[in-house]
Design a protein around this ligand. Sequence first.
Ligand code: EPS
Length: 383
Amino acid sequence: MAGLRFLTAGESHGQCLTAIVEGIPAGLCVDIEKINCDLARRQQGYGRGGRMKIETDRAEVLSGIRFGETMGDPVTLRIANRDWQNWTDRMSVFGPEFGDKVTAVRPGHADLTGVLKYDRDDARDILERASARETAARVAAGGLCKEFLAACGMEVVSHVVKIGGITVDEARINRETIGSGASELNCYDAVAEEAMKERIREAMSEGDTLGGTFEVIVRGAPLGLGSHIQWDRRLDGRLAGAMMSIQAVKGVEIGAGFQCSELPGSQIHDEMFLSGAEHVYRKTNRAGGLEGGMSNGEEIVVRACMKPIPTLMKPLHSVDIADGREVLACKERSDVCAVAAASVVGEAMTAIVLAEAVLDKFGGDAMCDLLSALESYRARVQA
Ligand code: EPS
């Protein structure tokens, strides 16, 4: 039985999104405003569309927390869709069919494969759930996991490193400020951020969309989360899978990632040094904090690349599933660039995987048992 599991439910223009998180031990103090803060961060970002002006995402707790503390029960989190008010007829649960069908499927979206696989004649039945709106529920679940990790001395932050081909200059970034929330694009190189905004403005005026890359960093993880023993216990594999599950993500790297295929071993592996008699340290972190499928005590660094959103205001060539004609793809209100939002979702998915790994290693129905196991382990391995 998995130590932690979560499910989400809900359509983009349905009544609400719901997340159920099971496995958080009893006795965790939860600050709902921290979860709401992440939900607000997910809504931000230069280049987001009109929907974000309608919504003010906030999580409501329906189960699992009493007097501000978890009880060990599944925690149910609900986020209302304000836009539902404008969709009650088109998204009615039992009412008669209403509204135009979406039939001019979008290249790059779930539309075509979804309607064929699920035998639907309206791509709305697919796009409502495929929409990245679902990530609000993941961010709420991840926010809860972040609070659990914080109680264990861990922090998960992120930053955007590339948008539309414009890349940050690592030399201009003070890594300690990452996570301070001081940037509209969640980018900590102010010069690159301005150029990214300009690129987003250009794409918007051209009716186009832009992708990019974000990096998630875990601080304070003890060494030994995950295991080399079996493929499905490797933490790097679990992180990559979770990251790849985010809508529009097409590539994931850990540490030096794809650079590993270019440089010799002498320039990739992080050499080890001793401070004092026993403490091993490294001067570099090209492994991204993961060796042998286990955390090694350094910062865990995962990058994910997001493709440009497939809804273009200057639509691409496509087909109409209603009559089999070649047409231009449909236009739905959408974002020009959502990489900053995706970086917050990346934090959430990373937090969920890390929380699961902590629970696998230290067990725990009750926070006090888990924290004492963690403390004695940290003392033994000095991490
Ligand atoms: C999103 C809400 C959606 C989209 C976007 C993400 O709202 P709407 O469809 O009402 O404009 O803005 O979804 C997509 C990018 C997509 O491809 O579906 C959100 O809450 O993040």
